[in-house]
Design a protein. Structure first.
Length: 494
């Protein structure tokens, strides 16, 4: 007599890849109410209503893409649908998005009390993966709202774009107050950054139980350096394309910004600092130096899949324009060495879907200065790290740490990032032997191109599960958007 099914789903024959482990085990995974409920070498098929055979594929924890920009270049509700379909194709099950007031996104200024509920309303029912938000305090008013954002919505992650005060998103600009939609007497400058840090320190002191997940992320480039070098490089006709753009935003600008930000963090006792999308040797060296100088600060260091797969000679050229820029091959190899040395904490996509029509200037399509910054690529995050990391001897378990566990822990996603009992049943099944060539036409993204076009990657995601629900199988996204808003634990808040 068969037993009464107690599980909703059993996924059999998974080569389970867990973070902070030394091996990969062949196991069965039992799922109940969206969680991993039983993990064993054998679970009887009779114990479940449904059984899925993973056929010895590698099973990674669902990827936590901790740096995305859904809604930056097209309406948020539309962007969420298409770009998280792309995410699901690549094994991403959680999308953490940076958002701010000002031009792009909702294209307005004002308070987050008014702005953020609209963001959540546009998000609901449109994400195919679970999602959360990091918020940038742009005006002085926003610093006062950080406590409200934490208490009402669980937002514990905030951001500073260090170059915005004196440089445009895409290049030179003397219109930054208009771009940021702040009053003409306000300044988005070092003093403002200091006051954000002081506000964050105060928030951490008020909520000690949540202090580990209250953090500040920084885009580190110095506007003065960018302004000066852009003018110089634009007059140098020997430099074009990605080489010119990299020279106009030189690596030492990143290094200088990291040093400034780190000292400010020390001064303000702002102890959880995330240094975003480090693109160069100088940036990583500065970040490691600051860790030595200020050992009491809990630094985290991030790199993107774009900076790991592309260099200034990438044939897709202008399509790869991004901030900070794509760098030299020597920088790329240095970044990989830093990854292998466990000096990088997580890898992300920095996905910002910018359609071809928006990306380039129609009258002068090859002009790198007129092209917009940013591109999508969340769908290639796991495959890209797997493919290039495997060539360099990176362990599968280390990949799981950088793509899932580390960002989940930092940003307070306590049920994400591992394949363990009690965790959300988020799973990416990957065929380590399947090689494919990246083609934009095969992606669900609405971008229409990819700077990764033509790259050959080994390691393809075959099936993605979100909380036990199959959301993508063999390249086909399944069903309706099931993504939920991820906020902080209720018991952390007063």
């Amino acid at each position: 007599m068969s037993e009464v099914p107690v599980l909703d789903l059993i996924i059999k024959n998974v080569r389970v890849v867990r973070p902070y482990q030394d091996a990969v085990e062949l196991l069965d995974l039992g799922i109940k109410d969206g969680k991993f409920a039983q993990i064993a070498s054998h679970i009887s098929p009779d114990a479940s209503k449904e059984v899925f055979d993973a056929q010895n594929l590698l099973g990674f924890p669902g990827v936590v893409d901790a740096h995305m920009h859904v809604g930056i270049y097209q309406p948020l509700d539309q962007d969420a649908v298409t770009e998280t379909k792309a995410a699901a194709m690549g094994g991403v099950t959680t999308s953490l998005n940076y958002i701010r007031t000002g031009q792009y996104y909702l294209n307005r200024g004002g308070s987050y009390k008014d702005f953020f509920p609209e963001v959540l309303a546009l998000s609901q029912g449109n994400f195919f993966v679970d999602y959360g938000y990091h918020i940038a305090p742009i005006s002085a008013q926003h610093i006062d709202e950080m406590q409200m954002l934490f208490e009402e919505y669980g937002i514990g992650s905030f951001k500073i774009f260090m170059f915005y005060g004196g440089y445009g998103l895409h290049g030179l600009s003397d219109q930054q107050n208009l771009f940021l939609m702040i009053n003409k007497e306000e300044r988005y400058d070092l003093a403002h950054f200091e006051f954000i840090m002081r506000g964050l320190s105060k928030l951490r002191e008020s909520y000690p139980d949540a202090s580990d997940r209250i953090s500040l992320s920084l885009h580190c480039e110095v506007a003065d350096i960018l302004n000066a070098y852009t003018k110089i490089v634009q007059q140098d006709t020997t430099l074009t394309g990605l080489k010119a753009y990299s020279a106009a935003r030189p690596p030492h600008s990143e290094g200088l910004a990291i040093c400034i930000a780190s000292y400010l963090a020390h001064e303000t006792n702002c102890l959880n600092i995330n240094l975003l999308h480090l693109s160069s040797r100088k940036a990583v060296e500065a970040a490691l130096m600051m860790q030595t100088v200020f050992p009491h600060i809990n630094f985290r260091r991030e790199v993107t899949i774009g900076h790991l797969l592309l260099d200034i000679d990438t044939p897709t050229g202008k399509w790869a324009k991004v901030n900070p820029p794509i760098r030299s091959r020597a920088d790329v190899e240095y970044l990989w060495q830093a990854v292998l040395n466990h000096q990088i904490d997580w890898i992300v996509s920095d996905h910002a879907c910018c359609s071809a029509e928006q990306k380039v200037n129609l009258k002068d399509p090859n002009n790198i200065w007129l092209a917009k910054s940013g591109f999508g690529g969340t769908e290639y995050l796991l495959s890209g790290v797997f493919s290039e990391g495997s060539k360099r001897g990176m362990s599968y378990n280390h990949m799981a740490e950088l793509l899932s566990s580390n960002p989940a822990q930092r940003f307070g996603l306590r049920s994400k990032g591992d394949i363990a009992v009690g965790y959300d049943a988020d799973l990416a099944l990957l065929d380590p032997n399947e090689t494919f060539v990246v083609r934009a036409i095969e992606s669900e993204s609405q971008q229409g191109y990819t700077p990764f076009e033509g790259l050959e990657l080994t390691g393809r995601v075959k099936t993605t599960f979100l909380r036990g629900n199959k959301i993508c199988d063999r390249g086909q996204v399944i069903g309706v958007p099931r993504g939920r808003f991820c906020s902080g634990s209720q018991n952390e808040r007063k």
